[in-house]
Structure formats: structure tokens, C-alpha cells
Design a protein around this ligand. Sequence first.
Ligand code: LLP
Length: 429
Amino acid sequence: MHGFSYNKGVLHCEEVELNALVAQHGTPLYVYSGGTIVDHFQRLDAALGGVEHEVAYAVKANSNLSVLRLLAKHGAGFDIVSGGELFRVLKAGGDPAHCTFAGVGKTREEIVYALKQGIYSFNVESEEELRYLNEVAGEMCLRAPVAVRVNPNVDAKTHKYISTGKSENKFGVDFEVIPDLYDRAARELPNILLRGLQMHIGSQLTSVAPFIEAVEKVAPLARELKQRHGIVFWSIGGGIGIVYQNSLESGAAEWWQTHTADDLPLTIERYGKELVPRLKDLGLKILLEPGRLIVGNAGVLVTRCLYEKKGKAKTFKIVDAGMNDLIRPALYEGHHAIVPLAQPASGERVVVDVVGPICESGDFFCQDRALPDFHPGECVALMSAGAYGFAMASNYNSRPLPAEVLVEGGSATLVRKRQTLEDLIAGEL
Ligand code: LLP
């Protein structure tokens, strides 16, 4: 589900008109549907009901404090990748005892901070990191709870920049050497507590097959580590893909028609139905680390058309959001549906490039796409921008970061102010 629909011809987020939010907060503007976030979290939680589990939201997808607070309130754990993310989770009222800390390059400062806070597990990505953790924990007279990330060498069949479970990726430890590594850690590293096993094969997986392959491959290893070392949890990572083709988008009906029941994108329910039977007899707590699934379809980026430029080869709609605000099309050729705030009166379409103001040819939101026409002064929503949207935004071209609004039912709260020009230089000496 997502919380965006036309009501009396105007695009709403839940019960709030996007036009009204634009009038109040300007553009570019991120708007999130709290109801959608909670719905996705609860559906995933329910789909895993058949096995002891915890949903640890991957903070990197959207780390706004209010989003974290909403998820903490509904009982989510958190998967973090930096000291900064841990800081955010704590500020939002999250419980460090329900935090896992992933990432290939944890610094000493981050390790000390996370040890002091008492996080649930460090998801360790190499033997070198494991030994370093042992050293730092030893200096602090603590034991560091650990899960080593296994690289199962499974093809996630996703964009190459977001595939992580193959041997050639920088992530995790090769499947074959894991048992030996746990044995040596148990013998040689007194300040390491072997608490679990972790894996994550990639992001935006739209088929359940790679998840099944990875779980089936790694389950015997998890069982062995439980017997030999008493591990208590297995994190099977995140990566559940979402549908970027939006039902409000022109051509959506045709898109759905080209998909048969078998190749329809992965649903939360299918994920649970396929994986729970393969996990439930292990006697391990199963952790999930979803990011995109929880927040992706729960957010849009609203942008205003500034100019229309008709060139020899193309028509460009130049909008006030750029690749610094939403980098996914430039970086991963990501598709975001582009939907006018005012419902189009006819089915007429124009073929356009929607581009931003940044001085790069990669600064586009779509190329040669048939869209309902819109004109300077009018606004469109870039859909499914809730994950890796604001979280990846930058000040490139000295552009202030956009504002963010969280909608819950009929109420809308500004949860991050638009940056000012002064904010841009704050901190520079
Ligand atoms: N766990 C680990 C260890 C991860 O590295 C990631 C994502 C996740 C969980 C959450 O994955 P998700 O459920 O969101 O797929 N910026 C890219 C996606 C990068 C994903 C990085 N790791 C994009 O916009 O497509």
C-alpha cells in the first residue's frame, strides 16, 4: 500500500492535500505517510509471525528522527551503519539493546560508542575487524557481542551497485571459512561473544528466489554454529524490493498487464510464506533488516516546474529538485513515477525529460518518458522517494537540503526545516 491518492482531483498524502503542504513549506519538499510506514512494518512483522523474530529497520534508508521515533514506538529494532545512525536512534528513543551495527569500516570511535551504549550485536565483516573489536572491548573490560556477516555467494539479480552477496563484493566473509573463523574466535578472542550470524545479499530484490537460495545455503551453517558456539540469532538481512511503477502513473495499467502472477514483484506475504518454513526449525531468533520496504513507497518528493525548454531533439521540463535531492535516477537508473499534483483531465501525454537545475547531464528524473503535460509553476510528485531519497541528499551546487513533512491521517508535521543559506556555511571557518 501507499498513502498517496487523488481525492477530488488533487493528490493527497493520507488526508492532507499536497498542494497545501507546498503552499506552507515550499518546494522541493519530501512528504512521508506515517500510516504507510507503520502498515509496512506491521505487515512484515506479521508475515514472520511463525518464527521468533525481530524487524530491525535499516536506518540508512531514511534516518529522519520522526520516522525513527514512529518505528521505535511500534516496536522496531534498528540496523545501523555508523555512530551517527546510533546517535539518531538514541535521540529518537530507540533501545540500543535492539540495535545491530553493520558495515565494513567501523572506526575505533564508533566501536567504543556502540560498546558503551550496549548494542545487541556488531555485524562483523572481516577477521581483521573481529580482532580489532576484541582488542578495543578488552581495553574497556567488556565483551563485544558479534555476528559475522557471511557472504553466501548468491546472485541477488539486482543493480550491480546494490548487489552485495557475491564473492566479488566487498561485503562479508566467504562462506567456506566461517566455521574455522568462529572456532578460532572462540579459542583466541576472549573479549568476543559469538552471538549470531548475519547475511545480506543485496537491495531491491524483486523475486523471492535469491532469498530462498541464500537461506537454504546458509541454514546448515547457522545450525552448526548454534551447536558449536551457542549462537542465538541469525539475521537474514534486508533487501526486499518494492514496486516503483506507481498505480497513479500513466501506463501503470499496461505495466501490470505485462506481468503474470509468477513474475509479479515480491510481496511481504510471499516473502514470509516462503521463508518462515525454512527458518522455523532452527531454534534461532531471526532478524530482518528492511529499509526500502518500510519507507520507500511511503515518501514522495514534490517539486515545482520552473521552465519548459523545447530543444531540437527533446522537450525538457526543468524542475526545482535536482540530483542532490534525489540521486537514485542518476546513480542506479532508478525509476520514480512522476505524477502531477492536479489529476490530469485527459489521457493526453507528452514525451519529455524531467531534469533538475544542477550542472550535470546526469541530473534527470526521467528521460523520454510519456507524462501528462505540466507547466511552469505547477508541481509534480516524484513517487516512492521515501527510501534513499533524503538520506542520500547532499548540498552539491550549494543547494540547501529540502524540508521534510510527516503526515499521519489528517495532520501534517514539519519534521525537518528546509536548510537556509546560513546553514550551508555553518561550520566553515
Ligand atoms: N542490511 C544491510 C547490511 C545493508 O547493507 C542494507 C542496504 C540493508 C540491510 C537494507 O536494504 P534494503 O532493505 O533497504 O534493500 N541507495 C541504494 C540502496 C543501497 C542499499 C545499501 N544497503 C538505492 O537507493 O537503491
